[in-house]
Design a protein around this ligand. Structure first.
Ligand code: NDP
Length: 297
């Protein structure tokens, strides 16, 4: 079996499935799923993400509504826009691109989104539902990691899994998802003692740390599956020339002959995140029509 877990290829298959589901709901219910993306300010990375999200939404046959607001937008204006989108029957998913400018309260903004349209899965109701094993909107990056793991391993029940990182957007929801799959889950973080030994006993490692190439060969149990969420920009000398390159939290070159499967950076988890956003938008549109959730696994 190929060691590399190709997120780029898998995300294309997922986007094709999303498109089929979009065609089906158009035919069955006469509606087109719609995703509204709000961008406040001009952060260059956020602008790129929002552009890509809009492009892929349209490619999947859905409607894309972009709301670009000035960096000085008041909380009142932003919350009023969200209120309007919450009521708009053409909008099935709402995403407010983070980070927001400092004068805006992220928690307040996220929690003002209708939980059923919260396709990022960050609303406190969705966090609570996921934590208690109920039907929720699942945050896109952990959902993407889970899809890759299930595709590669199949049944995850009984596997030991370590998540390195305990953020609210990746580490914690990832741990909950794997718990629901009946994995034995450990969450490691910056205060974990003997982290190398904790990792080296696991069948699955999900790295979401933000430290370039932290996870080395010695950290990985032979035959383990390694999912690298990290995106780090570093300067490397390539053919004698210094270049800025993207690397993950896992030392990819170390994984040869050790891990049974590993996601590359770029081309692993990254492309899955937007594909899962599209999948969540379709799911929200199905739920709005009383249809059962589409299957993406
Ligand atoms: P955060 O900074 O919110 O969290 C990082 C976590 O890593 C924290 O829990 C922190 O521990 C832990 N950590 C930091 N240093 C160490 C260390 N030396 N040993 C063990 N644990 C450590 O990051 P995010 O979860 O938001 O993102 C993680 C990475 O994933 C980043 O590189 C980010 O760019 C990337 N990312 C990629 C996405 C994608 O689409 N592919 C989407 C989202 C994120 P503590 O809590 O103790 O401080």
């Amino acid at each position: 079996m190929n060691q590399i877990i190709d997120g780029k290829k898998f995300s294309q298959t997922l986007r094709d499935k999303v498109k089929n589901c979009v065609d089906l709901i158009k035919e069955k219910k006469g509606i087109t799923p719609g995703l509204a993306v709000i961008l406040v300010g001009e952060d260059p990375a956020s602008q790129v993400y929002v552009r890509n999200k809009g492009k892929q939404t349209i490619e999947a046959g859905m409607n894309s509504y972009e709301h670009k607001l000035d960096a000085s937008t008041s909380s009142e204006v932003l919350l009023n826009l969200i209120k309007k989108l919450n009521k708009d029957a053409n909008v099935h998913g709402i995403l407010c691109q983070l980070p927001l400018p400092k004068h805006l309260n992220e928690k307040e903004v996220i929690n003002s989104i209708d939980p059923e349209k919260d396709v990022d899965g960050f609303h406190i109701s969705n966090v609570g539902l996921l934590n208690t094993g109920q039907k929720s909107m699942i945050p896109c990056t952990p959902l993407g990691c889970l899809l890759l793991l299930k595709d590669r391993i199949g049944n995850l029940s009984g596997k030991s899994a370590v998540i390195v990182g305990r953020s609210n957007i990746v580490g914690k929801p990832m741990a909950n998802l794997l718990l629901q799959e009946n994995c034995t889950v450990t969450i490691a973080h910056s205060r974990t003692e003997n982290i190398e030994s904790v990792c080296s006993q696991s069948d699955i490692i999900v790295a979401a740390v933000g430290r370039p190439e932290m996870i080395k060969k010695e950290w990985v149990k032979p035959g383990a599956t390694v999912i690298d969420v990290g995106i780090n920009r570093v300067i490397k000398k390539i053919d004698g020339v210094e270049k800025t390159v993207l690397v993950g939290d896992v030392c990819f070159s170390d994984m040869a002959g050790v891990a049974a499967g590993v996601t590359p950076v770029p081309g692993g988890v990254g492309p899955m995140t937007i594909a899962c956003l599209l999948a969540n938008t379709v799911t929200a549109s199905y739920r709005s029509q009383g249809l059962s959730d589409p299957e993406f696994i």
